[in-house]
Design a protein around this ligand. Sequence first.
Ligand SMILES: NC(=O)C1=CN([C@@H]2O[C@H](COP(=O)(O)OP(=O)(O)OC[C@H]3O[C@@H](n4cnc5c(N)ncnc54)[C@H](O)[C@@H]3O)[C@@H](O)[C@H]2O)C=CC1
Ligand SMILES: Nc1nc(=O)c2c([nH]1)NC[C@@H]1CN(c3ccc(C(=O)N[C@@H](CCC(=O)O)C(=O)O)cc3)CN21
Length: 303
Amino acid sequence: MEGTVLIRDVLARRASQGRPAVSFEFFPPKTPEGEQQFFKDVLPRLVQLGPDFCSVTYGAGGSTREKTLTLVERIQKTHRLPSMAHLTCVGSSVAQLREIIEQARRRGILNILALRGDPPRGETGFRPAPDGLTHAWQLVRLLREMGGFCIGVAGFPEGHPECREGKYADWDHLKAKIDAGADFVITQLFFDNADYWEFRDYLHRAGVRVPLIPGVLPILGFQQVDRLTRLCGARVPEKLRRRLEELAGDEEGSMAFGVEYATRQCEELLRGGAPGLHFYTLNRVHSTRQILENLGLARKDSP
Ligand SMILES: NC(=O)C1=CN([C@@H]2O[C@H](COP(=O)(O)OP(=O)(O)OC[C@H]3O[C@@H](n4cnc5c(N)ncnc54)[C@H](O)[C@@H]3O)[C@@H](O)[C@H]2O)C=CC1
Ligand SMILES: Nc1nc(=O)c2c([nH]1)NC[C@@H]1CN(c3ccc(C(=O)N[C@@H](CCC(=O)O)C(=O)O)cc3)CN21
């Protein structure tokens, strides 16, 4: 659709300028009050930092799916910020996925993060919906077939936790998603950059040339990291875990530590040539803003 900026073009422009692309991830607020706060306090402050694009989750951590497209449409309209809707295979037949995708197109949403999705809460393994899809690469293929979309996919620097054959097999599956037509990759959160370097080098050797954008979590505290890493299967290095345990209960201290940790992680990623930084903001402003200011990546005219 006219007017919609494709994220692959944003990434290409940043790469040609030798500047990292900065992006923010949000989840749809659950209540009307939460939504009001998001549009009044959270989004404008983060947009002021000058991100290159943002994304909105779909059924993540129990959030509702119906809101994803509405939120993306509203962010694109009110802030003219290129935005991406996450879409998963969970609970939808192929016919229903086609309908959601056509609805997205009608609403000017052309950037899609194509995911298989997590099993619903309480269920252990992923089960495809009747007449649904089993793997993210099939959703990538469907989007390509339907045409006109810019497609992102998830990558796992430690390997996907469900991939029994190990991380190299998982990275081969990621290559299959890219071969099916994905334009770029956003990684799962990770705390040890060595995992990202190995992941990147493996894929590069396999011939992958699309941007592999590291996903970064601004750590808020022990409980949050514990809960999130259970959900995502990311490993917490022993030294980091001990430091967070020591700080447990000290909210300000934990947050300050988290900002320092992410700042150093991001600095090293950028020095090593990462094409951008994708922040899992969890709809919070403070830490992400601090980190970007530390990195000198916050837009200059922001207060
Ligand atoms: N709801 C949301 O907004 C978000 C969800 N996520 C979650 O991150 C994960 C993303 O999964 P994806 O990477 O999109 O799914 P995927 O289908 O690429 O991979 C899921 C699992 O299937 C395996 N697999 C993939 N292709 C295979 C093949 N051809 N043969 C055998 N095994 C294969 C993978 O190694 C992996 O273990 C999910 O848990 C997803 O829900 C991540 C970011 C945001
Ligand atoms: N396996 C997996 N699934 C995901 O959904 C996912 C990842 N990994 N990795 C990166 C991000 C992290 N995501 C998340 C993680 C947690 C919430 C979450 O806890 N949402 C709460 C609200 C929390 C709050 O109010 O502070 C919710 O109940 O929706 C949302 C998105 C989405 N992404």
